[in-house]
Ligand binder design. Sequence first.
Ligand SMILES: *Cc1c(COP(=O)(O)O)cnc(C)c1O
Length: 387
Amino acid sequence: MKGRKLLMIPGPIEFEPAVMQATAMATTSHVAPDFIETFGHSLEMMRDVWLSPSGQPFIIAGTGTLAMDMAGSNLIEPGDRALVISTGYFGDRYADLLKRYGAEVTVLKAATGDVVDIKEVEKELNSKSYKLLTFTHVDTSTAVRVDPRPLGLLGQKYGVLTILDGVCSVAGEEIRQDEWMLDVVFTASQKAVGVPPGLALMVVSERAVNAWRSRKTPVGNYYCDWNNWLPVMKAYEERRPSYFGTPAVNLVNGLEVSLGIILKEGMEARFGRHRRIGRSFRTAMRDLGLKMIPISEEISAGTLSAPYYPDGVRGAEFMRAIAASDVILAGGLLQGIKDSYFRVGHMGSVTEGDILTTVSAIEHCLQKCGHNIVRGIGLRGAAGELQ
Ligand SMILES: *Cc1c(COP(=O)(O)O)cnc(C)c1O
């Protein structure tokens, strides 16, 4: 017995053994020459993963929420208008966060499982002068995927800075930060980037850095202020020692290895693999008679899925059965429908074998909970899409 279960939640995920080994190395000084090299190299590789040759990368100790906080606090001054597109839990969190920094926030909220019509976004941008537009690429509470391209274009057209919350998408879903003209794209280490929790990662455009430079008021968050971090990032890239707050040395060691693995696979191959795995998993769920929260394939994520329980299956009973199985899945997260669905993460180093194992466990547990299905039908659906 391995003594461990397959972790199939939307972060933390299964990590590569080489990444775990790198994080377990003896901790060195944060200004040791080999660590400076590791940090600098990781910053350089982030540009290749984000497809943002012109962007400014940041590696900061913290979680994805800190990345949200850093982007928000540096770009918002009291009285600035921000438009938040919410496709679930994390969009709502961003609206709350921006208000703390004095933003006048308007939220365009999608119906559950749907996206906000781009025409509605343009109408709103046209009606007032906004400083900031934020949206969640893949909302982890709904598995709905928003297309960033038209939003990047609108940001350019109306002179509005765009922030993409990519915590559940960077290094999984297709993102081309420079080409799509996105100003800030951030994530956290424990999702598709494939490093244990504890790093906030972001790449920032020159336009956003300039907007921050021309602030009239100091940044309302001491830890997040780019005045403190920008010189540190520049120093590491120039392979010079520097300090503001102690970096998470061991996690950065893991990050260098993981970014190397991601780039070795290649971004196009990685985007394609996530698309294929997402499609395969959803096919299996549909064949098992489960409806998904996203209302169409077109807006369904490749990094996670959110199926509703079928009629007759009680969520609590299903989650108890799953807890006794070899896989770990997540329950619902969205207020109001929390108990009517569950979530499965399939991002990062996830394999086809992991998908088949997960589908098989779900099939077995649904049957135990009284759902009447032909044994093996989900597996057949998943396998068919993987070939
Ligand atoms: C996980 C997640 C977050 C929050 O990240 P933490 O590391 O838990 O703070 C924010 N946005 C999205 C889309 C996420 O998936």
